[in-house]
Design a protein around this ligand. Sequence first.
Ligand code: HEM
Length: 130
Amino acid sequence: MNNTDLVFQSYGRCCRKDEFFVDFYDFFMSSSDAIRNRFVDTDMAAQRHLLRNGVMQIILVARGMSDRKLRDLGESHNRHNYDIKPEWYDLWEQSLLKTVRAHDPEWTPELQQAWREVLKPGIELIRGVY
Ligand code: HEM
């Protein structure tokens, strides 16, 4: 199986429980006060659903799908809109990897490496629109 298949299946196992997204935002918001502050007025139940879709978009782009929706995400996150600093994406990635490790019963170090490789182009695209 290639990396995108491994990650697609791993994400399916993670998405079985909404706690995956609860834990992700707990990890992510505790990684920096600046990040926590960005979500003070956010409806987190809605945000968890939006993120479920956003991560799926990154995986689908790695599988060859159009990156138009990721470009739109780059636009909403850029300096003129949410103003999400480029360096925060490393914390985002670390929080996601930590959450996958905690939730996927089939986690291995190789699977983590596959996640890193699959996430990279999508994260770089969104970050690059800053
Ligand atoms: C909103 C995904 C990174 C902060 C959103 C939305 C999605 C999303 C799907 C909702 C759609 C939209 O408003 O455009 C992602 C993905 C990321 C990422 C896939 C990584 C590649 C970050 C980072 C931060 C952040 C690093 C840093 C704090 C926000 C905020 C909102 C948002 C503040 C708006 C919340 C609100 O409506 O109150 N993100 N995001 N995102 N994201 Fe991200």
